[in-house]
Each structure stands twice: as C-alpha cells, then as structure tokens.
Design a protein around this ligand. Structure first.
Ligand SMILES: [Mn+2]
Length: 310
C-alpha cells in the first residue's frame, strides 16, 4: 500500500472509495533504444507534483478535491508482454470501478495495455495519439510490445488520430492513415489544425500523450527528443478544447526520462497532468457523482462481481 498521496494532498481527498480519479504509475523501461531512464519518470513526476500549486488559475478550480487515488506502481518487468498484460489488467479493474483512470509511464509500450483496456470498456473508442513518432510498427526487435509498436494495435482496433508526428520509418507508411494524421511540419503553418483534429475525433476519446511530442526546448528530458514539437500554450489550448467538446475517458502520459540537471521537464509533466485533470472536471462539483459511461453490458460479469464487493 502507498503511504504517500498524489501531490501530498490530504488523506480525505486520496481514498480509493471516494476518489473519482485514479493514478497508476508504471515505472517501466525495458524496450527503449536511444536513452534509458523512463523507469525513473513516475518518481520524478510525483516529486515535482508535490511541489506544485494546486489551484488552477485558468479553470478557477482545485481539481484534487474530486479525489485522486494513487495506486501502487506496476512493477512487473519480466518481459514486454507481461508488462502490457499487467497494465491492461490493472487499468481495466479501475475503469470497471467507475473511476477516471490515468496512467503515468514509463516508456510508450505500456500504452498497448492501457488502450486495450479502454477499448474493451468504451464503445467506438478514438485514440488521440500525441507524439513525435508514428509508433506504428507491427513488431520491433522481436516483440509486438515494443515502444515502437505503441499504437499499431490501436490503428487496427480503434479510430486512431495521430498528432505532432515528425519521425517515422518508411515501413510505417503502409499502416499510417494520412487522413487521420497531423504531421508537425503541416501543423506549423496550418491555423486550423486543432479544429480539424477535433472534427476527426469520435465522442469517446482516450489520449495517449508521449512527452516527446513537445518541443525539446521545453521538454528536453525525454528518451528521443525530436526538433519541431508542440509548445506549451498551443498544447493546452488544444487539450482544453478536446476536453470541452468530447468525452475524454482517460489518458496516459509517457516517456519522461528525468535528468539530474533539468528539473523543469519533471515540473512540466506534473503541470500537464494536473491541467488535463482540471480541464476534465472543470464543470463538475466535487460532490457530484462521477459517471464514466463505460459499457456495462460488455462487461457484465466483472461489474456484477464488483458491485457485490461494494
Ligand atoms: Mn515518441
């Protein structure tokens, strides 16, 4: 059991039963290829979160009052496949408890598990993939659970929308859907990209946010920093609109690779996470019941078991 709470919030806002939000840390870095260190991401993110102001000026809210339960970290690391399975299972378990589930990685392969869980629980899922890399390889270095394959499964099973892409292998061009992809070099000169992306999203949206989507000038602490990324205010502007217009059912943030000499990236990740929660719950009273709208029919057996426990 965790003794510490997310962002150092009081225990009354951090209990599982009463929290609307669940945060699952996944300190895993088994398949990254350029720089190691994403396994240290969750700790650096949590540490920075403890030093962050909890009033959000823009939404005039204190979203932690909705309750944030910090789950035990997933420490499975025996194989990429076992990690994906563990993440899938834990994510689904909390979705079926009617929580708003968020996951902090770890490298991007963990998202294969998070996306699979959300796709099993929500109808017509759109996966909004914000990343510098296409991550569409079917297999890489002998595994389909490699970070380079993070959204291949999603490309086959969900409405996958890719934003910020500026690096890929020629083999991925056969999988990539140009109508559902916003390349960074086009976004740089297209003032309507946000509107167009939002139009391509279905109602139920899961966001997988690879921090290397951001420009290395503001996010240097990531495994493979690529030039020409998103900046802070355009990112927030875009996310705010997505949360306002769609039912965002959950999100993950991955690929924070902390470095001793740069704490600003850790802090950015902490702030980005909190901003996304603030946007999600901006119009909601802390006392209001949370309805995630997962498909109960598809998941009757687990739901039945779950309600017996309550
Ligand atoms: Mn990436």
């Amino acid at each position: 059991m965790n003794t510490k709470t997310y962002a150092g919030i009081a225990k009354e806002h951090a209990a599982l039963e009463t929290s609307k939000i669940v945060l699952i840390p996944v300190p895993y870095d088994g398949t990254s290829t350029f720089q190691k260190g994403a396994d240290k991401g969750p700790d650096a993110f949590l540490h920075a979160s403890e030093n962050m102001e909890l009033y959000d000026i823009e939404t005039q809210t204190e979203v932690y009052r909705q309750g944030v339960y910090l789950a035990d970290a997933i420490t499975e690391n025996s194989s990429p496949e076992a990690v994906v399975d563990a993440v899938h299972k834990k994510t689904k378990e909390f979705i079926l408890r009617n929580k708003f589930v968020t996951i902090f990685g770890g490298e991007h392969s963990i998202s294969i598990g998070t996306i699979r869980a959300f796709n099993e629980c929500f109808d017509n899922l759109t996966v909004l993939h914000i990343d510098a890399h296409a991550d569409l390889r079917k297999e890489y270095e002998g595994s389909s659970c490699n970070h380079a394959c993070a959204v291949y499964e999603a490309s086959q099973t969900t409405n996958l929308i890719q934003v910020g892409i500026r690096s890929m292998d020629v083999a991925e061009t056969t999988v990539l859907d140009e109508d559902k992809t916003w390349f960074a070099h086009d976004m740089a000169t297209d003032e309507y990209w946000m509107d167009n992306v939002i139009e391509a999203l279905g109602d139920n949206v899961f966001i997988t946010f690879d921090l290397d989507a951001l420009d290395p000038s503001i996010m240097p602490s990531t495994g493979t920093p690529e030039p020409g990324g998103l900046l802070w205010y355009e990112t927030l502007d875009f996310l705010r609109q997505v949360f306002e217009e769609k039912n965002v059912v959950g999100f993950d943030i991955v690929e924070l690779c902390p470095r001793e000499e740069d704490k600003s990236s850790d802090f950015l990740a902490a702030k980005l996470y909190y901003k996304m929660l603030s946007y999600k719950f901006a119009g909601e009273d802390a006392g209001e019941e949370f309805e995630s709208n997962f498909n109960q029919e598809k998941n009757t057996i687990t739901k039945f078991k779950d309600s017996n426990n309550d």
